[in-house]
Design a protein around this ligand. Sequence first.
Ligand code: ADP
Ligand code: MG
Length: 260
Amino acid sequence: MCKVIAICNQKGGVSKTTTTVNLGVGLVREGKKVLVIDADPQGNLSQSLGIMNPDELDVALPDIMEQIIMDKDVDVTEGIVQHEEGLDLMPCNINLSGVDVSLVNAMSREFVLKTYVESMREFYDYILIDCMPSLGMIAVNSLTAADSVLIPVQAAYLPVKGLEQLITTICRVKKHLNPSIRFEGILISMLNARTNYAKDIMELINEYYGDSIPIFESKIPFSVKASETSAAGVSIFSLDKKHPVAKAYEELTKEVIAHE
Ligand code: ADP
Ligand code: MG
């Protein structure tokens, strides 16, 4: 059975892309077959996995979505890039912004990405969707296609407060488009455990959301090493598998597998 997880937060810089890479590779290391989908026109996930110029790709997610909008059959191997660490990637580029516009007049416009994801399920154990930082039509497509949503939150006061809007959108998607979507959990990232401040943030998250949304036991520490990985085009495991960030993503991976 394949599980589709959207990694979503309308705020940028909260580690959605970093989490997609490292959870994705973490799952591969546990023997799972994994597809990661870049659903952000900035193409950061594609770049983090070694595609330096996603705008120059012949086929990427926007092309596949255009085909679906025009009712054409999709070839499931088309555009897939195999990463050296064992992941499959559906890359993305700036053309996704154009798709956002064509969706306005498309039939079943919220279900375009879902149509693609459904055709890929039989080949994978996990499909992770790296969402763009907005709550627009592309993000709604990602949530509609997903079985669950994982919400990375930067361990700071304002990002935590900003979660309400995201949760409202997820609840709307659940009500109107995808009744079976569940919360995979809130992931606290970029945590500096040495400050008291971090403790306050964790209490705040627990108080606000602890009753309605699971919060992962694993927390991702802040470390510059985590940001070096994207430039290298590999995961933290490949750079330094004993690093605290690698350990944290390994623990997160186990929690996600335990949720099955
Ligand atoms: P998003 O996809 O939500 O915009 P990114 O994954 O691109 O977020 O992360 C934002 C920035 O923070 C990137 O430069 C990334 O390398 C860096 N980063 C991600 N995780 C960590 C971490 N645990 N510690 C330090 N920097 C991190
Ligand atoms: Mg990103």
